[in-house]
Every structure is written in C-alpha cells, then in structure tokens.
Design a protein around this ligand. Structure first.
Ligand code: GTR
Length: 676
C-alpha cells in the first residue's frame, strides 16, 4: 500500500479478513495502463477507508453516532472527492397542466398515463424536464420506481401517446436518432429496458425522464446544463468539488421526487430510485444524498458507481475521467492511478443508503463494470446496515450466478451482458415487496434467468434441453419428436439441412411436439421463403403464436408482424431479417394457470428475443385470441385430446405452423422450467 498520512491511516480499517477474494499481498499490476486489467491476480493490494469513521477518523460505535457524525462526514467525502457538492433544492412547478389519461397497455393492463413538464426552479429560464409516469389503475397509493433514461421517454415504451423528446441526444442509429434529434422511429427502441406492463401488474408505478433534459451527456454539456440556472460556473477552471453531470442528474431525480410525492396515487414513502450504468451512478448518488428515496437500485453502475475504485479491474478512475470528464467533480480525476489515496471509495457511497434497502446488480459478462468489485463494495458497506440494527448483506462469499443474496442490502450477479432486463426489474420488485411492502414476492416464475446468445447460429442447445430438431436436419434425423395433426408421423420435407413446411390447401398441416411442457424456454431457428409472405409461426401450446412473417423493414410493425405475439402485442422493435436468412427466436414462456373448470386464474407471460433483440418483454396474456389456432381451424380428434389435457394439466406441445409458405426449421429445442 502506498504511504498515507497518519490521519488517513487512522480512518482505515483493514478489511483483508473479510475480503478473502482480494489479493491483499499480490504485487502491483504489470498490465500496461492502457489495457484494462481483467486478471484477478493482478489486482493491487489495498485497504479501504472505514465507512463508519467520523470526522476525527475514528469509527463510531452506535447507530446514533453514525447518523449524526459518521454519515454526514462520509457524505461530505463523496461530495469533495467524487461527485461534487450537492445542488440545492429548487421550487418545482408543472408547466401547463399534467396530461393524464387512462390507457390499456399490452396484455390488457389497465393503466393511467401521466405526462408532466416540470420546471425546476423559479427563474424564467429555469430548466424543464418531461416526466412520464404509468400507474396501475387501483384505488390505493402505490410504490413507484423512478429511473432516468438515456434516449428520451418515448424510447422507453412504444405507446404512441408518449411525447417525442425534442432534446439534444447523442446520435445513435439503433435508437433512430439523427442529427442529435429523436425521430418517430425512435419510439420503443429501449422498450426492453422498461417493462411497464409487468411492473404495473405487480402493483408498482413506473416513472422516467430523460437525463439530457438537465445535462446533455457530452464533455461540453455543462454550458447547456441546468447548472447555469443554479448559479454554478459552467466554463473556465472549476473548483475541485464542482458537480458535473452525475451531480446534476441526481438533482433532477430529487426534483422529480418533489413532484411525485404530491400525487394522490403515489405512496410518498415508497419511491424507489433505479439506474442503469452511468445512470446507476446517478441513482446511487441521488439515493445517498436524498433520504426520501425509500430504496435504491444500481444496475451495473461499475466504476464511479457501485464498484470499488481501488480495484484496478475493468474501467478505472483514469479511464473514466478522461473519457467522461464531465461526469464527476474535478477532484476525482486527480486520483487516476493513485486511487489508494482517495479518502473514500465507492463502498462509502453504498453505506450512505443504509438502513434503507439497496440492490446492487451485476452481469457476469460485464467485466468492464467489475462485478466482483461491486460485490466487495457491498461487503465493505455492510457495517453501515448492521450498526443501525438492520440486517445487511449477511455474507462475505461471492454468490453463485443468478442467486441474489442479502437483504435489505441485496447483491446479485446474473448471467449475460451489460443491459437492464425485465428479469432485473422482477428482482428489484422482489426486494421492494419484501422490504417496503413487507410481503413475499409472488411465488412462481422465479426460474433461473434466461439470457440467450443468438449468435453465431446455429446456437448450442443448453444442458437439460429436449431437442426436437438438430442443428442440421437430414435423412437420418429422427423426426419422431413431432407428430402431425392426426397424431401420426409428419410429412414435412427435408432440404439442405432443414425441415421444410409441407403446406396443404387448408394451411393447417402443422406439426406438434410429442413433448409437453408448462413453463419453458423455447428456441427455434427458421428461414422464411417468399411464398405467402413467409407466413408461419411458433404456436406455444397451440394457443399463443409467436409470429413468423416477412416483416423485414416494416415500420411500425403491427401485432401481425414477426416478433409479435399474434393478436396480442406488436414487437417492441422490428428485429426481422430478410427472406432467405436464418433467423432465431428464443422465448421464455410462462403458461397461464387455470382452475379446475379451465378458467385462467393467473395470466401467462412471454419474453421473446428475435435475432438478438428483445421483442416481447414479460408480456402478460390470458385467453387465446386467434381464430386460427390448431384447436379451431383444421382440428382433429387427436388435437381435441391435446387441448383437453392442456386445460386440465396446464401442459401442452409446441406447434410449428403451416400457413402456406415453405418455411424452414432447424435447431428447435425446449427446456422445461417446471414439472406441472
Ligand atoms: C461506458 C462507461 C461506463 C458506463 C457505461 C454506460 O462507456 O465506461 O462507466 O457508465 O458507459 O453508461 O453505458
């Protein structure tokens, strides 16, 4: 460890004993500074400052002293060395009126949509921010998740009534942003990150606003930010503790909270601040500084967020402050390559959330954000929960994948890449249920996360999958996993490694799996042909169809286009590829539950990926809607038996659809999630 002043050393507590995974005695890294270090053995040794230390450097020993002395001191350290001084409150007013409308979202979710332009401050030129809020249509106050977004409210959900943001945005082809402005095609492009229907169905409200409303995310964004209206310098040499974008975004979150708590539908004591990545850093800072946030969620916030700066793993202080000089206060950049001199670290930030619930979520492939460094920050922050008499993390062992640990300080590392997914939100809601609402999360649907890799094709079936069609279909392929409509052998053809739909006049020569399942992950690779617009489909249980159709380039896609759950919901984005290319669906299917009389008592849900993009995100559905299901059109005696058993047991087959086009299939498998 580099030399440190006696005062600083006094404030440090050797945490080697409970950080067994940190190489405390390893040599300094040998990797060149330009290359990120991903070698655990090359992580430098360090000792963390004590998050319980008061201004005299000595750790406090009571909850009272922590609250009155250590906590304010630690908060000040985060202000001075990382994010800059917190910005003062400002009066918040609604410009014009709140636009409030009842609406029905996908899956028949009854909602109220509120849109409000908030003016943040009294001055004539005070900045404004557009807030979008969906509430479940219920008669009581609800907890609300508040998350800033990266590309405007309209990108978070395909609802065409959402106001299109007119603010500056970074150019981004995937979000259809051209010349720094959103376009109509931008609608819903981040929809997979904001599963409104699923959360409303669990009784939560969902609020969002664009971070660029108060600080455009670019190095020169300061001059166009809200800081000028707050009397802060926007040019020239800045004081070392001058806030940047993260401080301004945290201020925006608090101002939106000012408004949310005035709404009669919102439970003012249960607003949860959530953020992903850079906005996760802002969510943590907002939650640390503003104790009105009842719970805080960091999703893969990484360096300058939940990950320890002292660990030179993935992104570092030097890298982040040179790529994003506008995010932190100027002092932070001076700790590049000397992070061990920082009087605080990111566990300090986490400790400021205590004793409120905090979720720190990582993704295993997001090494840039240092998942283990995020966990170790939780371990090091844990004393702030225990000193207040609360349970905290409850472990010092890095958890297995997809296994949340702790509570109210919760950590998990999930399978997959850097992203915010429907499954993450379900976990946040689980913690909110247990802590803020004091109720167990809804049982069922708590299966291991599914984050399919859809490239390269064909994709390897996972362990435990029941393979219905192999990666290459040929004359030797066993086709008995499928039967025809009458229960006999199938008559589809084999050509060039694929099974090809054998169409008949009725367009009802479907095939169905012998294997039955209730809840399952389903994978199918397919290639459409020009005839009949490439029409085919995956009929889940024969009741719900994930559409296969030539929809390449169709804008906006409808609930009949590829990626839709036919007649239930259009795809979030059009992810279709042209005819003649292999495409791929992965589907997490949760079957509806029925009572003894066959009536649905709990909706089913579907999350689907098409060619690498999320096209359905926890979509809830109830009774089948299509008049063409195999049980209605071209039905046989055999199928009547299949449907009867389905209604009795909840388990049914997978159908590959004949709709008049010689669609090709290969590599089809199901992985059962439960045993009905
Ligand atoms: C990266 C940055 C990360 C993270 C991420 C994001 O470029 O290095 O710290 O904030 O952006 O916000 O998406």
């Amino acid at each position: 460890m580099p030399p440190s002043s006696p005062a600083r050393r006094q404030g440090c507590r050797a945490i080697a004993a409970f950080l067994p995974l940190v190489a405390m005695t390893m040599p300094m890294p040998t990797a060149p500074a330009a290359e990120p270090n991903y070698d655990e053995a090359a992580v430098r040794q360090f000792t963390l400052p004590d998050p319980l230390a008061g201004p005299d450097g000595k750790p406090v020993t009571s909850a009272e002293a922590w609250r009155t002395s250590a906590r304010p001191h630690q908060l000040q350290l985060m202000e001075r060395f990382v994010y800059g001084r917190r910005l003062p409150a400002a009066p918040v007013t609604v410009v014009d009126a709140v636009d409030r409308a009842d609406c029905t979202l996908a899956g028949d979710v009854a909602a109220v949509r509120l849109q409000a332009r908030l003016k943040l401050g009294a001055a004539a030129d005070a900045p404004t921010t557009e807030v979008l809020l969906y509430l479940p249509r219920v008669a009581h106050r609800v907890p609300v998740f508040l998350a800033l977004n990266f590309r405007g409210n309209h990108a978070e959900h395909p609802d065409p009534a959402i106001r299109l943001s007119a603010a500056w945005m970074p150019d981004d082809k995937a979000a259809a942003i051209e010349n720094h402005r959103a376009t109509e095609a931008s609608r819903g492009t981040s929809g997979h990150r904001w599963p409104v229907e699923a959360l409303l169905s669990r009784g939560f409200g969902m609020a969002t606003a664009y971070c660029g409303d108060v600080f455009p995310d670019r190095p020169d964004g300061r001059s166009a930010s809200a800081l000028a209206s707050l009397g802060r310098p926007v040019a020239g040499d800045l004081p070392p503790d001058e806030p940047g974008a993260i401080g301004t975004w945290a201020w925006q979150l608090s101002r939106i909270l000012d408004w949310l708590v005035t709404l009669p539908e919102v439970d003012p004591g249960k607003v949860i601040v959530v953020g992903h990545s850079r906005l996760g850093k802002a969510a943590l800072w907002a939650g640390a500084g503003d104790e009105r946030f009842a719970m805080v969620v960091s999703n893969e916030s990484g360096c300058g967020g939940a990950a320890l700066s002292r660990r030179n793993f993935g992104e570092t202080v030097g890298v982040i402050t040179s790529r994003f000089p506008h995010w932190f206060c100027p002092a932070f950049a001076t700790y590049a390559d000397r992070e061990t001199d920082l009087p605080c670290d990111q566990h300090t930030l986490l400790s400021l959330v205590a004793p409120r619930p905090l979720v720190v979520a990582s993704a295993v492939d997001d090494r840039w954000a240092d998942p283990r460094g995020e966990f170790l920050a939780c371990v090091a922050a844990d004393p702030a929960w225990t000193i207040t008499g609360s349970d905290g993390l409850g472990t010092r062992d890095y958890p297995p994948l997809d296994t949340p640990v702790g509570g109210p300080l919760t950590y998990y590392v999930r399978t997959g890449r850097h992203d915010l997914l429907a499954d993450d939100w379900e976990r946040f809601a689980d913690v909110a249920d247990r802590t803020l609402r004091g109720q167990p999360p809804p049982e069922a649907d708590r299966y291991p996360a599914f984050h399919p890799l859809q490239s390269p094709l064909p994709a390897k079936p996972p362990a435990g999958a029941t393979v219905l069609l192999p990666e290459r279909v040929d004359a030797a392929t066993d086709l008995t996993p499928f039967v025809g409509m009458a229960g006999g052998p199938i008559d589809w053809t084999i050509d060039d490694g694929a099974l090809v739909v054998q169409t008949t006049e009725k367009h009802a020569n479907h095939i169905l799996s012998r294997a039955l399942f209730r809840d399952a992950d389903i994978h199918a690779e397919f290639m459409t042909a020009p005839a009949a617009k490439g029409n085919s489909g995956l009929y889940l249980h024969g009741h719900y169809e994930m559409q296969i159709y030539d929809s390449f380039g169709v804008q906006p896609p409808t609930d009949q286009d590829e990626g839709s759950l036919y007649r239930f919901n259009k795809p979030i984005v059009n992810a279709s590829l042209p005819t003649g290319q292999w495409q791929v669906y992965d589907i997490r299917f949760i079957a509806p539950r029925r009572d003894a009389a066959g009536a649905i008592v709990k909706p089913g849900s579907v999350t689907a990926w098409l060619n690498g993009r999320v096209v359905q995100n926890g979509l809830r559905f109830t009774e089948p809607r299509s008049p063409y299901t195999p049980y209605r059109h071209g039905v046989t005696e055999h199928l009547r038996g299949v449907e009867k058993r389905l209604l009795e047991t909840g388990a049914g087959p997978l159908f590959l659809q004949d709709h008049g086009s010689p669609t090709r299939f290969r590599n089809v498998w199901i992985r059962r999630l439960d045993t009905p």
